[in-house]
Design a protein around this ligand. Structure first.
Ligand code: ADP
Length: 860
């Protein structure tokens, strides 16, 4: 393969070069010949004349192609002229396909092109020359290359008017964009057999011996947050219009991060800070083509609504190192023809260093072609697209690899930068790079420390819970056994302080779990009425003590059965109701629940990501929960700090009110996990209103109806049967001795035979000796945990208690506990602190009925 290039300052020089090309064609034998011209600065007439001249060369099999481009970098400083490139092959075939294609006709065009491709064997590379930016180029690239995964697609699009406008704006005596004269705007075309401005041209390179290497280099590094996107319908200009970035009109992101306003200098002010999207682990830059009048941004490439954009930045060093790596790899490949497609943005950015990006290639491929586009086309092995800021090198070779090749000496990037004053932006970017990496280190350290704190908090709260449970359990025994009124009063105070303390510890545990990302939303079907009943009990009980009124306003049209994480919803509502009562001295607490909108199946992702698709109900509904109070309110200046953990306000006023300042941050985080957001309105001295909207699944059309009658009923006056069971025998396993004593003592009256074990090992020994009716097994034990003990127990050969229900004793108030325990093989679970009624209820249920003797009914 032979490559020869001619850099011509004007038309005359090009005529001359064409004469030389004719000579080369006559002197050499070849299979295929291709002359491609890249021009900038010619009129339409001259371009046509140039094409005619090339076509006029009377050589068999000669193919032509061409494109108008923005700049010919090797002819800088003017950058205008003509670059002619001649390729001769020994065995490979080159075919130029001019593909008729108007916007909207892409599918037919792709089919035509693929029909041509299918007639050829061994297609190794396809060069695309595109002139119409309204075509869906990404789709054309992707579909054309289906089944040609080993072949490299490369090329460029003519976007020279755009770049010309930018450079006009950028030049010293900057002209306003609107003032760019029509003469400065050139005729844009690509050429195959003729000049065309709508269709596109594909050059097919095929051959058994043809080898192609494509290298993609960038050098810009993503930095900062990942911004969510909102996209508008497919625009006429470019492939994507982004209407919002990070929930703001798209252009505003530049004002926020670069201090750049959407004026006529906009693009030239932002192009060195491309956005980056990550696709299959590869960073691809995206620079807007233009801004729209409503703050939207037009992009040449296709962006997808679920993609995230990040800013990126570069230092000269990094950019040059990236292209240097590509150069070294290409030299090792030893190309006989080389095409470099570089983004104009690299020129902009590197300024006087720009030529360092391509000079080195001349050492081993002196005849390489260099194109500067505003969108580099590259697609290989199902990855790529329209790129920005990229450095693409495409090498081709027909002959066998040369053994023991001499690799040229390239000056180091560092040495190229010595001995001159470097530009401020160059030094700034290196500085920013270094400082950012230091900040990252600090952030990582802080994250580690924070993680250690969360782990510590979660261990602490676990540890604290064990003695609290013992205190509350023992206190329950006093309450049960003592007849002395004073003692009962004391014990009652312990009960209420104990349960307060337990609440605080549980909050800390929840909070540290949220921080560690260990809480997930587990949706199930639930009856709304039971949530409302529980909540109404929470608020009525507390409000009664303070003489507050409670008003419930439940929408009749709410679905009766919904699908969501009811335990977490209850936790959220109960936090808000508790606060409303806590921070209100007189007046009313109002709890409102409304059905506000119907959802579509797509919305169901919002309320649930954890659930397999086939379990999600098809339909969903948006509900709104509002909790109003007539309390002390929140000062406007405190609003922003409302969700800061451990923060409480108005300390003087609130001194007497118990609290940790964790409730609202937990509430906010839980709502976010459920795809919702907490809203607050408050007037200091008058009252507050907290609320949120939530997407829930609906199971059927049944609605909850009028709830007033059902909720007014007082607390369920549950009748429970009291019993004895002398013949029953149970085993209680817990490493905390006090817990064993609590269970034994609480059950004294039932006369059940109780064995205790202080460890999993002891328990295993006992079940081989005795047949138990029920086994209580502590969850957290040193050496052998509850689940481990259970597993071993089930594997025992002579387990006399096989089949007995094993119940987990747990302080894990985790809301999804039940499911977790059942999955682990337990029959049920009992929460600590162990309360007498719950314990007896459970035994009444699990001990075989023939062993139970009921006592006269007790009204509790
Ligand atoms: P805690 O109530 O444990 O202090 P929270 O996180 O629940 O913690 O609330 C944080 C702070 O927000 C409270 O200390 C209080 O100052 C304020 N606050 C919360 N709810 C209300 C409310 N309904 N009315 C007035 N102030 C409130």
């Amino acid at each position: 393969m032979l490559q020869k290039k001619f850099l011509c300052k004007d038309f005359e020089a090009a005529e001359n070069a064409i004469g030389q090309i004719s000579g080369i064609l006559s002197e050499n034998s070849y299979r295929s010949a291709l002359v491609t011209f890249y021009e900038t600065g010619l009129s339409k007439k001259e371009s046509q004349a140039l094409l005619d001249l090339i076509k006029g060369l009377d050589h068999p099999g000669l193919k032509t192609a061409g494109i108008s481009i923005a700049i010919i970098a090797e002819l800088l400083p003017e950058g205008t002229g003509i670059l002619l490139n001649l390729i001769l092959t020994e065995e490979a075939d080159i075919e130029v396909v001019q593909v008729p294609c108007m916007p909207g006709e892409e599918n037919e065009a792709i089919q035509k092109l693929r029909d041509r491709m299918n007639t050829r064997d061994n297609i190794r590379a396809v060069e695309f020359l595109i002139s119409n930016m309204r075509l869906n180029t990404t789709m054309i690239m992707e579909r054309t290359m289906e089944g040609y995964e080993d072949a490299v697609l490369f090329g460029t699009a003519t976007t020279r008017n755009l770049t010309q406008r930018i450079s006009a704006v950028e030049s010293e005596n900057a002209v306003e964009l609107e003032q760019v004269s029509p003469e400065m705007l050139n005729y844009e075309f690509v050429a195959g057999e003729e000049l065309i401005s709508d269709d596109f041209v594909a050059v097919l390179f095929s051959g058994e011996k043809l080898k192609v290497r494509g290298n993609y280099a960038l050098g810009w590094k993503p930095i900062g947050r990942r911004f969510p996107l909102e996209l508008g319908p497919r625009p006429l200009k470019g492939e994507t219009v982004v209407t919002a970035i990070n929930n703001l009109p798209a252009v505003d992101i530049y004002r926020e991060y670069l201090g750049v306003y959407p004026d006529s200098y906009f693009i030239s002010n932002i192009c060195e800070f491309p956005f980056v999207v990550e696709r299959d682990g590869i960073n691809i830059c995206a620079i807007p083509l233009e801004q729209g009048k409503d703050g939207e941004l037009y992009f040449m490439m296709t962006l997808h609504p679920d993609e995230r954009l990040r800013f990126s930045f570069a230092s000269h060093d990094e950019v040059l190192h990236a292209s240097r790596a590509s150069l070294e790899d290409m030299e090792a490949f030893a190309p006989e023809a080389l095409f470099l497609t570089l983004c104009g943005n690299r020129l902009n950015y590197l300024k006087e260093d720009a030529s360092l990006e391509w000079n080195g290639f001349g050492k081993f491929a002196p005849e390489f072609v260099l194109m500067h586009g505003a969108g580099e086309l590259y697609y290989y092995n199902r990855n790529g697209g329209i790129l920005n800021s990229a450095h693409l090198a495409i090498g081709m070779r027909e002959s066998e690899e040369i053994q023991n090749k001499v690799i040229s000496e390239h000056p180091t990037v560092e040495s190229l930068r010595r001995g001159r004053t470097l530009s401020l932006s160059d030094r700034m970017s290196t500085f920013l790079d270094k400082i950012t990496s230091e900040l990252k280190e600090v952030a990582t350290e802080a994250q580690d420390a924070n993680r250690a704190k969360s782990v510590f908090l979660s261990h602490m709260s676990h540890e604290i819970r064990t003695p609290i449970n013992a205190i509350i359990g023992m206190d329950e025994m006093i309450l049960k056994e003592s007849k002395d009124k004073d003692i009962l009063d004391y014990a009652d105070s312990i009960r209420s302080a104990g349960s307060n303390l337990l609440g605080i510890v549980n909050d800390i545990l929840d909070f540290s779990k949220i921080e560690a990302g260990k809480i997930s939303i587990v949706p199930t079907e639930y009856e709304l009425i039971s949530v409302i009943k529980d909540m109404s009990n929470v608020v009525r009980l507390r409000a009664k003590d303070k003489g507050l009124k409670v008003r419930l306003d439940i929408d009749k049209n709410l679905p009766a059965t919904m699908f969501g994480d009811s335990a977490r919803i209850k936790q959220v509502i109960s936090n808000l109701l508790t606060n409303a009562v806590k921070y209100t001295e007189t007046g009313v607490v109002t709890f409102i629940m409304q059905r506000v909108a119907e959802g579509t199946p797509a919305d169901s992702d919002e309320y649930n990501t954890a659930c397999p698709d086939d379990e999600k109900p098809e339909r969903s509904v948006r509900i709104r929960v509002t909790i109003k109070d007539t309390g002390i309110g929140i000062r406007p200046e405190d609003m922003d700090r409302l969700f800061n953990e451990y923060e409480r306000f108005d300390e003087k006023r609130n001194l007497a009110i118990e609290g940790t300042g964790l409730g609202l941050s937990i509430t906010k985080e839980l709502l976010e996990l459920m795809g919702s957001r907490l809203t607050v309105n408050s007037v200091y001295g008058e009252g507050s209103e907290f609320g949120f909207e939530l997407m829930q699944g609906i199971v059927d059309d049944e609605t909850i109806g009028d709830t007033r009658g059902r909720l007014k009923k007082k607390h369920d006056t549950k009748k429970r049967v009291s019993f004895t069971a002398e013949d029953a025998r149970i085993l209680v396993v817990d490493d905390t001795k006090v817990n064993l004593a609590i269970v034994t003592n609480l059950l004294k009256r039932t006369r059940i035979v109780i064995d205790t074990a202080g460890s999993g090992e002891e328990a295993l020994a006992l079940v081989q000796k005795n047949a138990y009716d029920v086994i209580f097994l502590d969850h957290c034990m040193p050496n052998m945990s509850g689940p481990e003990t259970l597993k071993k127990m089930n594997e025992l050969e002579n387990n006399l208690s096989a089949g007995a229900p094993v119940i987990s004793l747990t302080s894990n108030s985790s809301q999804n506990a039940k499911e977790e325990y059942i999955n682990a093989g337990y029959k049920d679970y009992l929460e600590k602190p162990i309360l007498p009624d719950a314990l007896e209820d459970m035994l009444f249920y699990y001990i075989p009925p023939e062993k139970i003797r009921t006592l006269p009914i007790e009204d509790l």
